[in-house]
Design a protein around this ligand. Structure first.
Ligand code: GLU
Length: 461
C-alpha cells in the first residue's frame, strides 16, 4: 500500500511551500488508496517550538488535509534511532570519529582554497575508535560507485558516491541527526513514497546509504520544484506573506489556498479552478514541472474570487461571519442585509476586504479617503445641496426612481457623470468604491443617505 508523509520541522509557522508539499502527499496517497501520515521532525530542540507544531497541525486540518493516523513526534522516538545507530555500529558500517571542530574547520578552509567541495576526509574511518564523550558516529559511505534513484518528477537521478562524505549519525552528546531519524521513521511508519521539496534532493543519496546500511527497502521519491516569489527567488517573508494562517486571516478561503498551491508547478490544460476532490482525480505527479513555480498573489485573488462566487449565500455568510464580527458588523441591524450582501459579495477578492466594503452599509463612516475628498468632495457643495433637494421628495426610495432622478440632476446641472456621482459616492461610503450610485443609495436607505450627504455638505464649510 502507498504510504506518504508530510514531515515538517516545527521551527516556524506553516509555510505555503510546506502546504503544497503536504497537499501533494495527501493527493498522491488518496489517488493510490493509500495513507497520508504526518511526522513532526522536532529533533532540533533549540529551534523547535510547541506553538509552531500547533500552528502546522491546525493549518493542515483547516485546509482539509487530515492524516490517516495520529501524527508522530520524533522527540518521543529516541529509542528507535539509538537502536538503529547500534545496528549500524554492529554491522561495521559506522565508525566513531573524534575529529575536533578546529580540525574540521581547517580542512574545510583548505579544501575551499583549493577549489574543492568541502567534505570530511575520512581520517577516523579505519582507526577503530571506541565511543566516548568526544566522538560522533559516522556512516561509512561507499567511496566509489554511484547512487541512482527514480524520481517521479525528475526521472532518474544519479549521484557519484565520491561527492558524498561520511555523514554524522550520532552527535557527541549522543543525539541522533536529522538524516538518521528521517530514514528510521520512514521505515518504521511504513512510508513508501517520499514527496518533499527540491531542497532535499541532495539529502536523498545520503539517506539511501543509511537505508542500505540498515537493510531497509528502497523508497519512491518526488522532489517538488521550489516555490518562488515574484523576483524568481525562493519565496521569503521579505517579498510576500508566507504563512498559511495569514492568508486565511486576510480572507482567502482554505479551498482557494488548496487550488492555488496545487497549481504551483502543475497544470491541466486551461483548467484553473480545482477543489480537493477534482485534484484527486486530475492531478498527476509525473506532470509536475521541474522548474521553480512563482507564487502570484494576483492569481490567488482571482482564484479566491471564483471560489467565493461558487459558494451559495448561506455558505458565503458562514465564511464571512468571523470577519464581520471583527468589525462589529451585525447583519440583522439592517432589514435589507441579504440584498446588501448579494450585491457586495464580489466587490473585492478577499473576505476581509469585502468586509471593509460592507462597513458603510452597516455602520457610520468614521474615515473618508483623503484623496477622494480632495478630488471630488471639496467644492461640491452646490451640487450636493441641489441633489439633496431632489432626493428628499423621492418616493418610493428604489433603485429605478433614484437612477431617474440622478439622470435628471445631471442634465439640469449640465455635469459629466463622475462630476455628479463621485461627490455623492464619497459622501455615502467615504471613498469612490461602491456599486452603481442608484443601487448604493437604495441599499443605504433614504434617511442615512440624506444624512451623509448633508454631513458632506458641512465638511465643505
Ligand atoms: N523535516 C524536513 C523539513 O521540514 C522534511 C524532511 C522530509 O520531508 O524528508 O524540511
Amino acid at each position: 500500500m502507498t504510504v506518504t508523509r508530510f514531515a515538517p520541522s516545527p521551527t516556524g509557522n506553516l509555510h505555503i511551500g510546506g502546504v503544497r508539499t503536504a497537499l501533494y502527499n495527501y493527493i498522491y496517497a488518496k489517488q493510490n488508496d493509500g495513507k497520508f501520515l504526518i511526522r513532526i521532525e522536532d529533533t532540533d530542540q533549540e529551534r523547535s517550538r510547541e506553538k509552531f507544531e500547533k500552528n502546522i497541525l491546525d493549518g493542515l486540518q483547516m485546509i482539509g488535509l487530515a492524516p490517516d493516523e495520529d501524527p508522530v513526534k520524533q522527540s518521543q522516538r529516541g529509542h528507535l534511532y539509538l537502536s538503529a545507530a547500534q545496528k549500524i555500529v554492529n554491522s561495521g558500517l559506522g565508525y566513531y570519529c573524534d575529529c575536533q571542530p578546529e580540525r574540521l574547520e581547517n580542512l574545510r578552509n583548505q579544501q575551499q582554497k583549493a577549489g574543492k567541495k568541502p567534505m570530511y576526509d575520512g581520517k577516523c574511518r579505519d582507526r577503530n575508535l571506541c565511543k566516548s564523550e568526544n566522538t560522533v558516529l559516522r556512516l561509512k559511505t561507499p567511496r566509489d560507485g554511484e547512487v541512482r534513484f527514480n524520481d517521479l518528477v525528475r526521472g532518474e537521478v544519479i549521484f557519484d558516491n565520491c561527492e558524498l562524505d561520511d555523514l554524522i549519525l550520532l552527535r557527541s552528546n549522543g543525539n541522533p541527526t536529522y538524516h538518521l531519524c528521517n530514514v528510521v521513521d520512514d521505515a518504521a511508519q511504513g512510508v513508501t513514497t517520499v514527496i518533499r521539496g527540491e531542497d532535499h534532493l541532495s539529502n536523498t543519496p545520503r539517506q539511501i546509504h543509511i537505508q542500505e546500511a540498515l537493510g531497509l527497502p528502497p523508497l519512491e521519491y518526488a522532489h517538488l520544484p521550489l516555490v518562488l516569489g515574484e523576483n524568481k527567488k525562493r519565496l521569503s517573508k521579505r517579498d510576500a506573506v508566507t504563512s498559511l494562517d495569514e492568508y486565511i486571516a486576510s480572507g482567502y478561503l482554505p479551498s482557494s489556498m488548496v487550488n492555488m498551491l496545487a497549481r504551483l508547478g502543475w497544470s491541466k490544460g486551461d483548467k484553473e479552478i480545482f477543489y480537493l476532490d477534482n485534484l484527486i482525480n486530475d492531478f498527476r505527479m509525473q506532470e509536475v514541472q521541474k522548474a521553480g513555480a512563482v507564487f502570484d498573489i494576483k492569481k490567488l485573488d482571482w482564484i479566491n474570487t471564483n471560489h467565493l462566487a461558487n459558494l451559495d449565500l448561506e455558505e458565503f455568510i458562514d465564511h464571512l461571519k468571523p470577519y464581520l464580527k471583527k468589525e462589529n458588523i451585525s447583519l440583522e441591524s439592517k432589514d435589507n442585509w441579504k440584498e446588501i450582501i448579494s450585491h457586495l459579495r464580489t466587490s473585492s477578492p478577499t473576505l476581509a476586504s469585502i468586509t471593509q466594503d460592507l462597513i458603510p452599509y452597516f455602520l457610520d463612516i468614521k474615515t473618508y479617503d483623503q484623496k477622494s475628498v480632495d478630488k471630488f468632495l471639496i467644492g461640491s457643495k452646490p451640487i450636493l445641496e441641489f441633489v439633496v433637494r431632489q432626493l428628499e421628495s423621492i418616493e418610493p426610495w428604489s433603485e429605478d426612481q433614484l437612477d431617474e432622478v440622478l439622470a435628471k440632476c445631471q442634465k439640469d446641472l449640465d455635469l459629466k457623470t463622475p462630476q455628479l456621482n463621485q461627490p455623492i459616492r464619497v459622501a455615502l461610503v467615504g471613498s469612490t468604491k461602491s456599486p452603481s450610485l442608484g443601487l448604493t443609495l437604495s441599499l443605504i436607505g433614504k434617511e442615512v443617505s440624506l444624512a451623509r450627504i448633508k454631513k458632506a455638505i458641512d465638511l465643505n464649510d
